[in-house]
Design a protein around this ligand. Structure first.
Ligand code: ZN
Length: 397
């Protein structure tokens, strides 16, 4: 699966569709209440299943949406419930079932509701008797590809901006000629550090870090101004909107930077006959990093996930396999002698005399771990890491 996003201009119709989807969600909540009242508030897989079927019949057809779009909301609601039950089972006592009404809900159109008409027009059906949604497609939109591969279209609202997400189903056989394995360490300083057994590449994260700092600065300075105004006053709204506009722009620049890095990285892998990319799993927080503020940490985690996701789908499109492995000990083990110790700064130094860029050591060890020989001495003398800079316009504050 891969997704292409297209921003679209705000219209009242978009607002109405979004609101309709949100009210389907609210209706699900209400219907579940009714069902629970009749069935004694028991929850469980089988009961949920029959409730689902009942709900499909009950969900009013009055919403101006395609029946499959309505069904999608219902199934989202039950997926949500399932997630909650799993959390409870795993001992999370604070987990709650979905209970809150929503003002914004993503609308989904399944394949049968999607048509391409004329040369550059998309028609999304909202059910019989309702106005369909027409969208003009930009020049660079590959209509033929879309017709062949489209799976679903989603209308997503994010921070004041509507966009359409085109989700394509892409399947490509894995290539056989790529034999190499490359280890990837997604660092907090550099977005990608890779090692293929011979060379270590460091994708310089300076530009993206500067954007993080700028983002924090914008939040702080607007926050101060916003705090001084009366809540929901005209000036308050004005400032809030301006703040999100700035942040959206910065987030886009960050995303764009991550896109450029990952595209370049995956291209290098392809030309280097790499068959497998191994990424260290960063879902846990790493030791010996002082993140400072929580905001920073959240942003970093977001970027970790984003980089992994981008590498995964870009690599898969080229037929390169992607594996995610637990990166425990990969930042501590010495590639030459196998001893473990925590590096204290950006440089990894071992008693045996081995010294190397810290994230480079991570990438070497992630590769070793995947190959099943973490701690075995790496024979070749390590070439010094090669830095790769992003070609970007100077970012103005
Ligand atoms: Zn050593």
């Amino acid at each position: 699966m891969r997704t292409r996003k297209l921003k679209i201009q705000y219209t009242d119709q978009l607002e109405a569709i979004n609101a309709a989807t949100a009210s389907v969600w609210c209706e699900c909540l209400r219907l579940k209440e009714t069902w629970d009242y009749a069935h004694g508030y028991r929850t469980g897989g089988r009961l949920d299943k029959s409730c689902e079927l009942w709900m499909d019949k009950e969900l009013s057809k009055s919403q101006p949406l395609h029946s499959q779009s309505i069904q999608e909301v219902r199934s989202r609601y039950f997926k949500n419930r399932k997630g909650f039950r799993e959390l409870r089972k795993n001992g999370d006592k604070k987990a709650k079932p979905p209970y809150r009404g929503k003002t914004f809900q993503t609308t989904t159109w399944k394949k049968s509701a999607i048509r391409f008409v004329g040369k550059r027009k998309l028609r999304l059906s909202n059910g019989q008797g309702n106005e369909p949604l027409y969208v003009n497609l930009p020049k660079n939109f590959d209509v033929e590809y879309a017709i062949a591969h489209i799976a679903i279209v989603e209308l997503v609202y994010d921070k004041g901006q509507y966009s359409l997400h085109f989700v394509y189903g892409v399947e490509k056989a894995l290539k056989s000629d790529g034999e190499g394995v490359v280890g990837v360490d997604i660092g907090e300083i550099h977005p990608i550090v890779s090692h293929n057994g011979v060379d270590t590449l460091i994708f310089n994260g300076r530009y993206i870090r500067s954007l993080y700092r700028l983002r924090n600065k914008v939040i702080a300075s607007f926050g101060k101004k916003i705090d001084r105004c009366k809540r929901h006053s005209k000036r308050w709204w004005h400032l809030v909107r301006r703040k999100w506009k700035r942040i959206r722009k910065i987030d886009n620049q960050i995303r764009d930077g991550l896109h450029k890095h990952t595209t370049e990285f995956v291209k290098l892998c392809e030309s280097g006959y790499i068959g497998t990319i191994v990424i260290g799993d960063l879902t846990g927080i790493r030791d010996n990093i002082d993140y400072g503020k929580r905001v920073n940490q959240k942003l970093h985690q977001w970027a970790f996930g984003k980089v992994t996701q981008l590498i995964s789908y870009k690599a898969k499109a080229l037929g390169i396999k992607v594996e995610v492995i637990d990166e425990a000990y990969t930042s501590q083990t010495c590639p030459r002698c196998g001893n473990k110790h925590k590096p204290s700064n950006r440089n990894y130094k071992c008693k045996c005399g081995f010294s190397y860029h810290r994230d480079g050591v991570g990438a070497i060890n992630i590769r070793q771990k995947y190959l099943g020989c973490l701690g075995d001495p790496v024979v070749a003398a390590m070439a010094p890491p090669v830095g790769i800079r992003l070609e970007v316009p100077r970012c103005s504050a």
